[in-house]
Design a protein around this ligand. Structure first.
Ligand code: HEC
Length: 249
């Protein structure tokens, strides 16, 4: 075991063991930047230890000097002279080489609605379409109440009972359910836009609103046209937001 007394070998063993511990021994695995940092600290500590007295420092340098100067180490020298530049060159290449990357895609939260949609086979022109329930102001309160019931039956799991997008399913979804209290959602949108989104849901979104699949269900088959207009009345009533008018565009 005499060779274990060699300072050089000791230093190498400490570095290798430290690397293995950082790379494989830590759960969850540490990122490379952290491993590099730890290894730098360990290398520094090893150098300080080795150079603490001149005997040990000479001991450490001896195998290096031997390899560089002794005639019988010529073969090792030749291998190192080839191997080190090749490894460095490969490292430089692997850092600089361009990798194929998927093009970045930004998700449009409010994509342009289609000009018209077919709701249960009936063509509806969305452009300029108003909520028909608002024509009869007298029964608006009744529609809002009906909309509230529809909301509690179908929507609050995701959009929350405070309409703030914090329903109990919400944490599971990316993108998260829309927060209707936020001035950036329904307050910016005409009611016909909501009609389209509620009827067609996530599956009806155009491509620019992917890459994450929206969990918003399509309600076309479960709610009637009137029920959708009612729940729309409700979400504006309950949040105190006002729908955007078409002419404000
Ligand atoms: C399974 C969860 C879930 C349910 C249930 C749900 N939604 Fe959604 N909803 C979402 C998610 C997620 C989004 C955000 C992604 C998107 O825009 O599609 C969303 C978006 C919306 C939007 C678009 C808002 C905007 O700013 O563009 C409206 C309107 C909407 N929901 C209304 C409703 C109504 C009304 C109901 C009930 C009839 C309902 N949602 C039920 C998950 C849900």
């Amino acid at each position: 075991m005499r060779f274990l007394r060699s300072r050089f070998l000791q230093a190498v063993i400490v570095l290798v063991v430290a690397f293995c511990v950082f790379r494989f021994g830590i759960r969850p695995p540490a990122p490379w930047s952290v491993i590099k940092l730890y290894m730098a600290v360990v290398a520094l500590a090893v150098l300080v230890h080795i150079s603490s007295d001149s005997d040990s420092w000479r001991d450490f340098l001896r195998p290096i000097r031997d390899t560089l100067t002794r005639p019988e180490r010529r073969f090792v020298r030749a291998v190192l002279v080839v191997l080190i530049p090749v490894l460095l060159g490969y490292y430089a290449y692997s850092v600089a080489a361009a990798r194929p990357e998927a093009p970045p895609q930004l998700r449009a939260i409010h994509p342009a609605p289609p000009p018209s949609l077919s709701f249960r086979g009936k063509e509806m022109n969305l452009q300029g379409l108003e909520n028909p329930l608002r024509k009869d102001q007298a029964s608006l309160a009744r529609h809002a109440a009906a909309g509230g019931a529809i909301y509690i039956q179908n929507c609050f799991y995701c959009h929350g009972d405070n309409l703030d997008g914090k329903g109990h399913f919400a944490p599971a979804f990316n993108p998260p359910p829309a927060n209707f209290e936020d001035p950036g959602t329904i307050a910016q949108l005409p009611e016909a836009y909501l009609f389209w989104r509620i009827a067609k849901g996530g599956p009806g979104l155009p491509r620019e609103s992917t890459p994450w699949d929206s969990a918003m269900p399509a309600w076309e088959d479960r709610l009637t046209e009137e029920q959708i207009w009612q729940v729309i009345v409700y979400v504006y009533e309950a949040t105190g937001q006002r729908p955007r008018r078409w002419q404000e565009h």
